[in-house]
Design a protein around this ligand. Sequence first.
Ligand code: IVH
Length: 694
Amino acid sequence: MPLPAIRVPAFMHAAMPTLDSARERLRALREEITFHAHRYYVLDAPQISDGEYDRLFRELLDLETRFPELVTADSPSQRVGGAPLPQFATGEHRFPMLSLENAFDEQDLHAFEERLRRYLKADRPLAYMAEPKLDGLAVELIYEGGLLTRGLTRGDGRLGEEITANLKTIASIPLRLRQPAAGPVPELLEVRGEAYLAIQGFRKLNETRREEGETLFANPRNAAAGSLRQLDSQITASRPLDFFAYGVSEPEALPCASQYQLLKYLGDLGFKINPLAKPCADMTAVINHFQVLAEHRHDLAYEIDGMVVKVDDLALQQRLGNKARSPRWAIAAKFPAIQATTRLTDILFSIGRTGAVTPVAVLAPVCVGGVTVSRATLHNEDEILRKGLLIGDTVLIQRAGDVIPEVVKPVVEQRTGNERPIHMPAHCPECGHDLVRAEGEAATRCPNPHCPAQRHRALCHFTGKAGLDIEGLGTKAMEQLLREGLVRDLPDLYRLDPATLAALDGWGEKSAENAIAAIAASREAPLAKFLAALGIRFIGEVTANLLAQRFGSLASLMAAALAAGDDDPLTAIEGVGEQAAASLRHYFGDPSVQEMLGRLADLGVRPLPAAAPADANSPLSGKVFLFTGSLANLSRNEAKERLKTLGGQVASSMSRKVTHLVCGVKPGSKLDKAQALGITVLDEEQFTRLLNQG
Ligand code: IVH
C-alpha cells in the first residue's frame, strides 16, 4: 500500500468547512489512517482495501491543503518528504551507540558464555534472546512526549547525522507512539533499530538506475544507506525502506525486565519487531536457532548477515555493562561467508543485446552455499585488470547476497608460473567485426548492428519479461525459433503461423495457438512498453514512458529523433538526457531500422499511446517549471498538478531545461542560480495569474 499520488483536491467544488469542523475531521482521519497504516506496514494484516485507504489519505491531504495551519508533525501527510536540505546537521547520541563483538563459530559462543558467567559469578545457565542481525543501517529515533522529533544515523557511535525528515518517510516508523498496555507513553524514548531495504526493492531500484545510466548499488545495505543519506527526502520517500526496532538507549527506565519484554513493549508502542527473534533458555537453544537462521536466511525478504545474541535479563545486562566499543552482554554470531576456491580454466566473451562484450570466467564446477557454480561474470576489461586475474589461476569465489557468483581475487600463492594473461578479443567472436572501446567507457562493444548475437539477445528481450512479455515466447522458446531459422528479425515474429509452431519439438496445437494469439495481441502493445522492448540503448522503462507520453506515436517520436536543429525536442523532455537522445537518433537514423519498422507497420504492428499525448497547443506546452520556497495559497503538489494539466512540465532540480522558477516565501539557492542563468522568475501572484489564464 504505497502512499498515494497526490491529486488536485476535489474540494474546489465543495462547500468550505469551518475551522473547527475541519480540525475535528482531521483528527479523526489521522487516527484512522495511522491505525490502518500500522495494520498494513507493521502487522502485515490490513483491514481495509488499498482503495479505501487511498480515499482516506486523499481526504486528509485535501483538508490539510485548505487548512495548512492544521497540519501536525505526526500527520501521515508528513511522510511524503519535504524541501531538500543543503546538508545534514550533526547530533550527539545521549548514550553512545556501540558496536558488537563477533563470534565466528560455536566455540566463540561458548567462550562468550564462559566470560559472562565468570563476570557474573553465575553457575546456572543464562537465558538469551537470539535475533536476526539485519544488514542495514543502525539508526536512533527520539520521541519526546510520544512524538517523533528527531532521528539520527549511528555515525561514529557518539555523533550521528540528523536525518529526521528521511526517517519520517518510512511507513513502519510511528510518527507518534501508541499507548502501551503497560503504563503511560514514556516522556522521552530513544529507540534503536535497523533501517533496511528489502531485496526486491533493492533489485527494482538498481534496475531503474541501470536504465537511467546511473551507478548501481553494490548491495541492499549500500542502497539503504544511500537512500537515507539523501538531502532530498522526496527521493528517500520513493525508496521502499523499512525498519525493525531492537532496543532502546535506557531500558532500565521502562516497565520491562527482559529483552523479550522490551521487544514486546516496542511492538505495543507501534514498532515492527522481527518475528524471528527468539527467546532461548540456554546456549544450546541459541546455537539451534543460529542453524535455523543460517539455513533459512535466503528465504527471507531482506538480508541478514548473522544473529545477535543478547543476555535476556535486563538487570544482568546492566550489571555486565559495556567495554570501550561494545557491550559485554551481547555478541554477533556471523554466518560463514559463502566462499570457495576453484580454478579459472578459461574466459568466454558474451555479446549482449546492445553489443557490450562481457568476459565470463569459466570455472571448474564447485559447490558454494549449496549451489554448483561454473560461470561467473567479470563485467569488463578493467575489472579483470583490477583483480589481476590470469587464466589457470586458483580463484576465491563467493556468492554475493543469495544469487550472483563473483570472483573475489586470485590466490596468488598458488600460482605455478603456467598461468596466462587474459586479453580482450580484437574481433567479435560472433560476427568477426572489429570491437571498439569508446573513450571513457568501461565496455568493449561490437558496433555491428547486424551482429547475429546481438540480434538474438534483442529478440529474446523483445518477447521476454522486460519487453512485451509475450506468453509462450520466453528465452527457451525464442532460442528454439532462432535455431530453427523461423525468426531472424522482429517482423518474422508477426508472420509465424500456428501450424509451423505446433510442429516444433515440445509444442502442441494448444500452446501454438496461445502463442500466436499472444503475438497478435502484442500488435497493439502500449507504446511505452514497445519502446522499452526494442532494447534501444539507454531507453529503459522510465525513459520510454516519458517519450510515449510526449510523442504519442512511434512515427512522431521518429520524426522528432530525426529532426535536425538547435532545439532538440528529445532533450527538452525533463528526464531525457543527451546520452538517451543520441542513442535514439542513432537508432532511428539507421536505414535498416527504418526498413524493419516499416515492415512491422505493414504487418499491423501499431503500438498504442498509453495516455493522450501532450498537446503542442496546450498553453504551457514546452515550459518547464521549478519551485523554490513555499506558496501561500496552494500546495506545491496542487500547483504541480495544475501545471501538468496545462501541458507544463515540472523539474526537480535546476538545469538549463528549466524555463520558469516559481518563487514562494523563503526561496532557496535556486533563486540565485535562476537569476544567474537568466531564467524567468515568477512570484506567487504572477504564477497564479498564469495558471488562471491557462
Ligand atoms: S543490538 C550495543 N540487535 O549490528 C549494540 N544490533 O555492531 C546494540 N544489528 O550496526 C546492537 N540487527 O545496527 C542489535 N537485532 C539486532 C541487530 C543489530 C542488526 C546491527 C546494528 C549495528 C551492528 C552492531
